[in-house]
Design a protein around this ligand. Structure first.
Ligand code: UD1
Ligand code: CA
Length: 433
C-alpha cells in the first residue's frame, strides 16, 4: 500500500453533548488512550497526509495529540458560522486525489477495515450497515440498488425512519467532489447545520458514481454517550487481551483483567484474575497474581501479588512481591518483600529480605528522599526507614527499628528498641478482678 495515495480527514470538532461531560468527546480515553489517539494511530498506517478538524476545546485536543504525534495538520472549523459535519470540511486542503473522511469518535476502526475504501474506484464510497434498531443514525435511501440520499434522523419522515440501512459515517471522496460540493451545502434542516451527508444527494443528481460499502458494525461503532464508551472499552479490551493471549500470555478469567494499550509482554507471563496493568508497563517472564495493579512499571522475572500495587516508574527484577505491598518509583533486584510494606523512592539490591510492615518514610511533608539498601540485608518486621537512609551490604536490622537519616555500615546490626518491662498483675490492678 502506498501511503502517499490517500489523504485522511478526521472530524473532531463537535461538542459531543450526549457525553454530558466538560471534557471534549474525542479526549475520553479507551484502554488508557484518548479516542482520537486510536483513530489517528490507525490512520497513520494507511496515509502520510492526515488532517484533524478541531473547534470545541481545540487547544486541549491539539495539546493532547501532540504528546504522541508531530506530523498532523490541525484545521480549525468555523463552528459558529458553519456548524455540522459539512461545516467541518470547509477549510481542508488535502494533498491527494482520494480523501478518506473519518470521525474522531470511532476508536475501534482497524487499518484492515479501511482497506475496502482504498480498493474501489468511485467518486464516492460511503459506509453502511444494517441495524434492527437504527435509532440515532442517518438513514440511507436506496432505490433500484442506487443510493439516492442520506436523511438524518431529525429530518426523516415516518417512512424514512423505518429504513434499517444506516450511514456508518465514513466516506472516501475524490478530491474534486469535495472541492465542488462542500461550498454548495446549505443548513436548511432540522438542526440548522451543514451536513456532510447532503453531498450524497447532490452528487447523485449530477450522475456521479456512489458506491455503498457494507462495513462491520462493531469496528465502525460511533461513541456518542458514556454507555457507548463502555461498550467500546469492552471491545477494545477484548482485542488487546486476545492479541497477548495469541502471543502466549496466560490469562485467568480475562474478562476481569484490564490491560492498557501501551502495555507490552515478553517471554512467558501469567496474569491472574482481577489485575490492572497500565501505561507503558513491560512485563517479562513474570507471574502477576490476582487483584494486582501495575502502573507504568517494568516487571522482569518476578512474581507480584496477590493484591499488590506497583506504582509508576518502578523496576522490579528477579523479585518476589507478596500481598499488600506498595512499591513506587523504586528499583528492586533479587529482593523478597512478602507482606504489607511501602517501598517508595528506594533502591534495594540482591539477596535482601524485606520483613512485614517495613515502611520507607520517603516524604517529610515538603520533600521526597531516597532509601538505598544494599545486598543481603535482613530487614526485620516493622522497620521504618526515615529517608534519606543508606543501608550497606550484609546488614541486619532488628524488628521494630526506626532508622532516621543515617547510613548503616557494612556488616552491622541496627536496633532501636526500648527495654521490655513486665509489670506483674497490672491488668487486674487497673480493671479490677
Ligand atoms: C453522523 C452522520 C450520520 C451518521 C453518523 C454515524 C451527519 C450530518 N450525520 O451523525 O448520518 O449515521 O454520523 O456515526 O454527518 N463534528 C465536527 N464538527 C461539527 C459536528 C461534528 O467536527 O460541527 C465531528 C464530531 O466531532 C464527530 C463527527 O463529526 O467526530 C460526527 O459528529 P456527530 O455529531 O457524532 O454526528 P452524528 O450525529 O453521529
Ligand atoms: Ca457520532
Amino acid at each position: 500500500m502506498d501511503k502517499n495515495n490517500i489523504s485522511i480527514v478526521i472530524l473532531a470538532a463537535g461538542k459531543g453533548s450526549r457525553m454530558k461531560s466538560t471534557k471534549a468527546k474525542v479526549l475520553h480515553p479507551i484502554s488508557g488512550k484518548e479516542m482520537l489517539y486510536h483513530i489517528i494511530k490507525t490512520s497513520k498506517e494507511i496515509s502520510n497526509d492526515i488532517s484533524v478538524v478541531v473547534a470545541h476545546q481545540k487547544d486541549d485536543v491539539i495539546k493532547a495529540m501532540q504528546k504522541y504525534f508531530d506530523d498532523i495538520n490541525f484545521i480549525t472549523q468555523d463552528a459558529d458560522n458553519f456548524p455540522g459535519t459539512g461545516g467541518a470540511m470547509k477549510n481542508i486542503s488535502p494533498k491527494n486525489e482520494k480523501v478518506l473522511v473519518l470521525n474522531g469518535d470511532m476508536p475501534l476502526i482497524t487499518p484492515d477495515a479501511l482497506k475496502g475504501f482504498l480498493d474501489i474506484d468511485s467518486d464516492i464510497i460511503m459506509s453502511i450497515f444494517e441495524l434492527d434498531n437504527p435509532n440515532g443514525y442517518g438513514r440511507v435511501i436506496i432505490e433500484n440498488n442506487q443510493v439516492l440520499s442520506i436523511v438524518e434522523q431529525k429530518d426523516a419522515s415516518e417512512d424514512e425512519l423505518k429504513v434499517k440501512t444506516v450511514n456508518a459515517g465514513i466516506y472516501a471522496f475524490s478530491k474534486n467532489v469535495i472541492d465542488k460540493y462542500i461550498p454548495l451545502l446549505s443548513n436548511e434542516n432540522a438542526q440548522k447545520e451543514y451536513y456532510l451527508t447532503d453531498v450524497i444527494s447532490m452528487a447523485k443528481k449530477d450522475g456521479l458514481k456512489i458506491t455503498p460499502l457494507l462495513v462491520d458494525e462493531e469496528k465502525f461503532k460511533g461513541v456518542n454517550s458514556k454507555k457507548d464508551l463502555s461498550d467500546a472499552e469492552v471491545i477494545m479490551q477484548d482485542k488487546i487481551k486476545t492479541n497477548w493471549m495469541d502471543k502466549g500470555v496466560t490469562m485467568q478469567l480475562p474478562s476481569t483483567i484490564y490491560i492498557e494499550d501501551g502495555v507490552k509482554f515478553e517471554g512467558e507471563c501469567i496474569v491472574e484474575n482481577g489485575c490492572k496493568i497500565t501505561g507503558d508497563s513491560i512485563i517479562k517472564d513474570s507471574h502477576i497474581k490476582s487483584g494486582t495493579i501495575i502502573e507504568d512499571s517494568h516487571i522482569i522475572n518476578s512474581d507480584i501479588g496477590p493484591l499488590a500495587h506497583i506504582r509508576p516508574a518502578s523496576i522490579i527484577e528477579d523479585t518476589h512481591i507478596g500481598n499488600f505491598v506498595e512499591v513506587k518509583k523504586s528499583h528492586l533486584k533479587g529482593v523478597k518483600a512478602g507482606h504489607l510494606s511501602y517501598l517508595g523512592d528506594a533502591s534495594i539490591d540482591e539477596g535482601t529480605n524485606v520483613g512485614a510492615g517495613t515502611i520507607t518514610c520517603n516524604y517529610d511533608g515538603k520533600n521526597k528522599y531516597k532509601t538505598i539498601i544494599g545486598k543481603n540485608v535482613f530487614i526485620g518486621s516493622d522497620t521504618q526507614l526515615v529517608a534519606p537512609v543508606t543501608v550497606e551490604d550484609d546488614v541486619m536490622i532488628a524488628a521494630g527499628t526506626t532508622l532516621t537519616s543515617t547510613t548503616v555500615k557494612k556488616g552491622s546490626l541496627a536496633l532501636t528498641r526500648v527495654k521490655l518491662r513486665i509489670v506483674k498483675d497490672f491488668y487486674y490492678k487497673f480493671f479490677g478482678k
